[in-house]
Design a protein around this ligand. Structure first.
Ligand code: ISE
Length: 335
């Protein structure tokens, strides 16, 4: 069976997914594209012989769409995710699932009501080989339990429309999720530290910032979020256990040696750095949809991350005080 996929959001991320589905992955085909910019939707859809729609609602209602891939901005995800769940269609939604815990709760309720897990959140790092090695090492118990996680999330630049809020809900949300994944527990408190700002930022941005989080068992996480670092896209993570540490290796596959010395090529974007992880994520999703199964992170993961973001934003607005994460008890449905 070929899974007939409807894409909502014809921007950069959406187009990267189209390219991987059409050229690199098996088992799926883009049959419809929706975007409020209908011309943009058509530009992506027409070369594929796919339909174009001006709204996600129309695409979701199309009986020829088996499953939905959402790659719009976080703030507009909720209505489309809800509509897909209500239509009983699997949905892979880019992060963040929603920008408020309330919207994420509505999605949890809709899924529970339908009795099936249909929502996967696009936390692609869960499919990255390095993070999976780190998790396996921790789970093996050979080096004891975790005490600390040190993370660095650096982007070369961001557009002018990117806000300080986005440093947490769009950028640090990756570490929020991957640390929950690595450690297998919830984050319970967060604070935001604000060091001297870089002169490379747009004036309105607090860049860099450091998110400091604590988990239920007391593991301390620090995440440097630095989105105008100029030199490239660079992700680091070190997990500290009682008797050893494990960290992500160099992100690139090759080392150049010339008159300047030995050096790695530097990635420019997440699409480049996490190319293999994105492919794994989308391929496994297509295969799972074919079998009528859920895969990857759940709506609960999306909800939990949004609750941590919310606490981080509250800290940011209150001089960096530590804020407790407020979330509902995990329903048995997501156990
Ligand atoms: C972007 O949306 C991503 O998901 C990237 O992984 C992240 O590095 C970037 O800061 C975000 O804006």
């Amino acid at each position: 069976m070929t899974v007939r996929i409807g894409l909502i959001g014809a921007g950069g991320m959406g187009r990267a997914h189209v390219e991987r589905i059409e050229q690199e992955l098996a088992g799926g085909r883009i049959v419809a594209v929706a975007d409020i910019d209908l011309a943009g939707a058509k530009a992506v859809a027409e070369p594929l012989g796919a339909k174009a729609y001006p709204t996600g609602a129309e695409l979701i209602a199309d009986p020829e769409v088996d499953a939905v891939l959402i790659a719009t901005f976080g703030a507009v995800h909720a209505p489309d995710v809800l509509a897909a769940v209500e239509a009983g269609k699997y949905v892979l939604c880019e992060k963040p699932l929603t920008t408020t815990p309330e919207d994420a709760l509505r999605i949890l309720e809709a899924e529970e009501k339908g009795g099936r897990k249909l929502v996967t959140v696009g936390f692609m790092r869960r499919f990255d080989a390095g993070y999976n090695d780190m998790r396996d090492t921790l789970v093996s118990g050979d080096l004891g339990y975790a005490t600390l996680v040190h993370c660095r999330h650096r982007n070369p630049t961001v557009p002018e429309g990117y806000t300080t809020r986005n440093m947490i809900d769009d950028t640090a949300i990756h570490e929020i999720d991957i640390c929950r994944f690595l450690l297998g527990e919830e984050i319970t408190a967060v604070r935001i530290d604000t060091p001297r700002a870089t002169s490379h930022r747009f004036e309105h941005l607090q860049d860099p910032l450091v998110l400091v989080a604590r988990t239920a068992s007391g593991v301390l996480i620090d995440d440097e979020v630095n989105v105008n670092i100029q030199f490239g896209y660079s992700i680091e993570c070190e997990l500290v256990m009682e008797a050893g540490t494990i960290r992500l290796g160099d992100q690139e596959h090759t080392v150049v040696r010339d008159s300047l010395g030995n050096r790695n090529a530097i990635c420019r974007s997440h699409i480049d750095r996490f190319h293999d992880a994105f492919n794994q994520e989308v391929q496994q999703w297509i295969r799972a949809v074919e079998r009528g199964e859920h895969t990857g992170s759940t709506a609960w993961d999306g909800y939990a991350a949004t609750c941590v973001v919310e606490a981080g934003l509250e800290s940011l607005d209150n001089d960096g005080i530590e804020v407790a994460v407020r979330m509902i008890e995990k329903p048995d449905f997501y156990a």
